[in-house]
Design a protein around this ligand. Structure first.
Ligand code: NCD
Length: 306
C-alpha cells in the first residue's frame, strides 16, 4: 500500500483496506507515543490554519514532536500574509520550501484540494469548510475499533448537524465501506447533504430520523455533533435548531449498556456534563487516539513506514 507522498484530502479516496492499514499502524504507535521516537527526525510539519482549532492543530504538532520532527505554522489567517492579499496557491508554493508535509484548515470547501494541487509536498486536509475532515474520521474509526473490537456489525448513529458538520461527512464515507447499519439523526433542515447521502445509500442501509429517542435502544455507537452555528447563513435559521439534541442521563437509561458516546469536540450543550462520568463516554479518549492516528499518517506519508 502506497502512502508515501500522498495527499489526504477526502475519505472518498480511501479503500477499506487502506483504512484498515492506517488503523493498524496507529495501533503500533500507542507505545511509541508514550516513549517518543526519532523516526521523523529533521522532518518539518507546517500547520496552516485559516480557521480556529484546538485539537486538530495541536494534535498534529504533538504527533510530529513525538516522532522527533518539528513543526511551524500559524493558527489564524489574521497574522499570515493572506491578510495582505496573498492567495492560497502562492501561500502553498512558498510553504512547500519550508516543510516536508503541510496540514491546511480552511473555511472554504475545495480549499484543501486546491492547496494540494499547488504544493509539491503532501497536503493533509485539516478541515475544509463544511465539506470534510478526513483525519478526524480516521481517529473516530480507530476509537470505534479499539472500543468495540471491530467496526463491522455495529449500529452507528450520527446525530446533530449532518448538513454543516464536516466530520460526519468523512465518517459516513468511511462507514459506508464497513458492514454497519447507519442512522442519520438530525432536524429536518440539517439532514445529511444529498451529495453525501447518495454515495452512502448506494453501499449500505441508512435510516434517517429526527427523533433520537425512537432509535436510542438499538444503537452501539452514538456519534454526537455540535450544531455548526458559524456556518449558518442567518441567525434565525440557527435559532430554530439550536439545542435540538441533548444527550443526558435520562436518555442514556434507554441505551444499551455497552453503547459508546463519541463527539469530535468542541461540545456546546449537546452532551450534558453528567454524561462524562458514565460508562458510555469516550469523547476524551478520542483525543488521545487523535495523536496516534496522526503519528501513523505522518510516518506513512513521509515514507518512514511502508
Ligand atoms: C470539529 C471540526 O473542526 O470540524 N472539530 C475537530 O476538529 N475536532 C468539530 C466541530 O467544530 O464541531
Amino acid at each position: 500500500m502506497e502512502f508515501k507522498g500522498r495527499d489526504i484530502i477526502s475519505l472518498k479516496d480511501f479503500s477499506r483496506e487502506e483504512i484498515n492499514f492506517v488503523l493498524e499502524i496507529s495501533q503500533s504507535m500507542e507505545s511509541v507515543a508514550k516513549t517518543g521516537s526519532d523516526l521523523l527526525r529533521s522532518k518539518i510539519l507546517a500547520t496552516l490554519f485559516f480557521e480556529s482549532s484546538t485539537r486538530t492543530r495541536l494534535s498534529f504538532e504533538s504527533a510530529m514532536h513525538r516522532l522527533g520532527g518539528s513543526s511551524i505554522g500559524f493558527a489564524e489567517a489574521e497574522i499570515a500574509s493572506v491578510k495582505k492579499g496573498e492567495n492560497l496557491a502562492d501561500t502553498m508554493r512558498v510553504v512547500e520550501s519550508y516543510a516536508d508535509v503541510i496540514v491546511v484548515r480552511h473555511p472554504l470547501e475545495g480549499a484543501a484540494r486546491l492547496a494540494a494541487e499547488f504544493a509539491s509536498v503532501p497536503v493533509i486536509n485539516g478541515g475544509s469548510g463544511a465539506e470534510e475532515h478526513p483525519t478526524q474520521a480516521l481517529l473516530d474509526l480507530y476509537t470505534i475499533a479499539k472500543e468495540k473490537g471491530s467496526i463491522d456489525g455495529l449500529n452507528v448513529a450520527l446525530v446533530g448537524d449532518l448538513r454543516y458538520g464536516r466530520t460526519v461527512h468523512s465518517l459516513a464515507y468511511a462507514l459506508s465501506l464497513c458492514k454497519v447499519k447507519l442512522f442519520f439523526i438530525s432536524p429536518e433542515i440539517l439532514r445529511m447533504r444529498r451529495e453525501v447521502s447518495e454515495v452512502i445509500k448506494e453501499k449500505i442501509k441508512v435510516i434517517e430520523k429526527s427523533s433520537l429517542e425512537e432509535v436510542i435502544s438499538d444503537i452501539d455507537v452514538l456519534y454526537v455533533t455540535r450544531i455548526q452555528k458559524e456556518r449558518f447563513p442567518d441567525a434565525a435559521e440557527y435559532a430554530k435548531v439550536k439545542g435540538s439534541y441533548r444527550v443526558d442521563l435520562e436518555l442514556l437509561e434507554k441505551a444499551k449498556e455497552d453503547m459508546i458516546v463519541l463527539h469530535p469536540l468542541p461540545r456546546v450543550d449537546e452532551i450534558a456534563p453528567e454524561v462524562d462520568e458514565t460508562i458510555h463516554a469516550r469523547y476524551f479518549q478520542q483525543v488521545w487516539n487523535g495523536i496516534v492516528v496522526r503519528m501513523a499518517l505522518l510516518a506513512l506519508i513521509l515514507g518512514k513506514i511502508e
